[in-house]
Design a protein around this ligand. Structure first.
Ligand code: CO
Length: 242
């Protein structure tokens, strides 16, 4: 689960005992992933806490997602989806976030090759039948780009090479057994070791783990996001997260 507030767009998840509270007026993206035997569903909504300041912005990403989902069919070009998403968002006076994309998914692999852009001018890839794909437009009143400026609490195994110390190796094995190569929250490792935070840092320094930084809008713009997962079939597509 990613919980991103205001100008944060992606990859924040709470740490153990996180003191962060939601406040009136916050624009909150809830982006969650779940899997059954490695088959992944990825979906997101945006909510505003007790105010009505960002309804137009929220509508921009929601409408862009609906238009993109209607376009999904075997062989659809991802560039045409990017163009439609950009038009839907700019026609409401906002900008899409150019360096965040939707993504194909494979069993046990959340980001599997094909990216689905949120802007025009993308590459000529198509989505063949049999593809599971997450579409996730982001809209902002900022510049339309994000940057990783804050350390996050989400990690992923990138290399299984052994460390020299036993505690690090034990944690790495627990992580691989439990999460495979899917992203995981650092706090989920609390049951494995009392020293999980220090050990995770060691695994990260050793190149065993990738760390996802929190991605925030570069001009501090507010960000809204909507996401659904769909499966491209022989002659149609189904959205399986609603
Ligand atoms: Co996604």
């Amino acid at each position: 689960m990613n919980i991103c507030i205001n100008d944060a767009a992606a990859h924040y998840t709470p740490e153990e005992g996180d003191p962060l509270l939601l406040a009136r007026g916050d624009l909150v993206k809830i982006d969650l992933g779940a899997h059954v035997d490695g088959f992944i569903a990825d979906t997101a909504i945006t909510v505003e806490i007790s105010t009505y300041n960002w309804r137009e912005l929220m509508k921009a990403s929601e409408e862009a997602l609906n238009i993109a989902l209607e376009m999904l069919s075997p062989g659809v070009g991802v560039a045409s989806i990017g163009t439609a998403v950009e038009m839907a968002i700019t026609s409401r006076g906002f900008r899409p976030i150019a360096n965040l994309t939707g993504h194909a998914m494979q069993r046990g692999n959340l980001h599997a090759g094909i990216a689905v852009p949120n802007v025009s001018g993308g590459e000529a890839a198509v989505l063949p039948s049999g593809t599971a794909v997450a579409i996730e437009p982001f809209a902002t009143n900022g510049r339309g780009r994000v940057d990783g400026n804050r350390k996050g609490n989400i990690y992923q195994v990138t290399r299984e090479r052994d460390l020299k110390d036993q505690a690090g190796n034990d944690l790495l094995k627990d992580i691989i057994n439990r999460f495979g190569r899917l992203p995981f929250a650092a706090r989920w490792c609390a049951p494995f070791s009392d020293k999980y935070e220090a050990l995770i840092r060691r695994l990260w320094r050793h190149g065993n783990l990738h760390s996802y930084p929190v991605l925030s809008e570069i001009a501090g713009g507010m960000v809204s996001q909507n996401e659904h997962s769909a499966l491209i079939l022989e002659d149609t597509s189904i959205v399986y997260t609603r």
